[in-house]
Design a protein around this ligand. Sequence first.
Ligand code: ADP
Length: 404
Amino acid sequence: MTSSRVLVLNSGSSSVKYQLLDMSDGSRLAMGLVERIGEETSRLKHTPAGGASREWNGSIADHDAALKAVAEELSRDGLGLDSPELAAIGHRVVHGGKHFTEPTVIDDAVLAEIERLIPVAPLHNPANLTGIRTAQALRPDLPQVAVFDTAFHTTMPESAARYAIDVETADEHRIRRYGFHGTSHAYVSRATAELLGKSPEEVNVIVLHLGNGASASAVRGGRCVDTSMGLTPLEGLVMGTRSGDMDPAVIFHLMRVGGMSADEIDTLLNKKSGLIGLCGDNDMREIRRRIDEGDESAQLAFDIYIHRLKKYIGAYYAVLGRVDAVAFTAGVGENASPVREAAVAGLEELGLVVDGELNAVRSDEPRLISPEHARVAVAVVPTDEELEIATQTYALVKGSENLT
Ligand code: ADP
């Protein structure tokens, strides 16, 4: 029997999101999530393809119990993890540092390196490691692959990747710009080239991944040359709850004058800033609804969000020199037509124009929203990080099978 299924696991500190895909045609067989792991009120929601969702509420003590519960749900649909059809498990790993430039089959050395990177990804890498170890215990015989959020950005030149700080200090603490959302930027930049009927090598694309977290990237001929997130996902665009760029001296000021601790400032900038800090809401739907009712703080939050976005479009235009397409993706980018319209408004001289009617169309398909014959294509390209993780995992596993 040919094994063509890949289980994709995205393990957070208290949650596991999963999808089971059949890579013979890229179809989704099941998906779901376990949240609030370790609490009394854990929840598992499982949705088989073409079937109704099932929900389970109760206490799930740890990742091990969570994955066993997921395995049971999959078994009920005849998709058990013991099936010989399962080819591999692909893990989203947030931080791969400079070292991991490609998806990688996980062995002890890889685990050790992911562990070594914990100081630069204290929230994410420990959770990713727990997910990997749990999955390994469940299916020790199966290849497990790490797909890193940072990998696509490892092609950035040093001029973009380094901060202008003392080199010795930077190197000692591995301080540099790593970038995140790489799986999405890779997928969307490729899909944008496809939409234009070109190969990735032929086109320069600015990708705007606007979800709750948000990042921009400049992709030249399929290779990332700059991205807006840095050492951590805090840098860059205004996000749902993160500030993005600001004068780093704000932090010393808050410490010296505001009497705040490093942890308090970390929480302030990552969880209580961005849109939610500016107006109390981080959901763009709610912000648009309030703007329609004349709410001034929602309007100001929107304006600050757009101003930053526009600055990055301009910056990456300059970095690339020639831009073939600007692609909007993720929750806000795919759904919020007013964001897309406002982000390129006034950029006609750069060849960037959005057609109002095309922009208003709602669809799950990649599509152009710029007028025909526009100098720069403006596109909406839905991202699919799970499919990309599964594709990379499967290619790696099948490639190595063919070599042996
Ligand atoms: P993440 O993966 O970072 O959690 P998503 O890519 O799922 O985020 O994006 C979530 C965000 O997308 C929501 O917070 C909301 O602001 C926005 N969003 C989702 N649907 C819509 C919509 N129909 N219109 C406007 N914004 C939307």
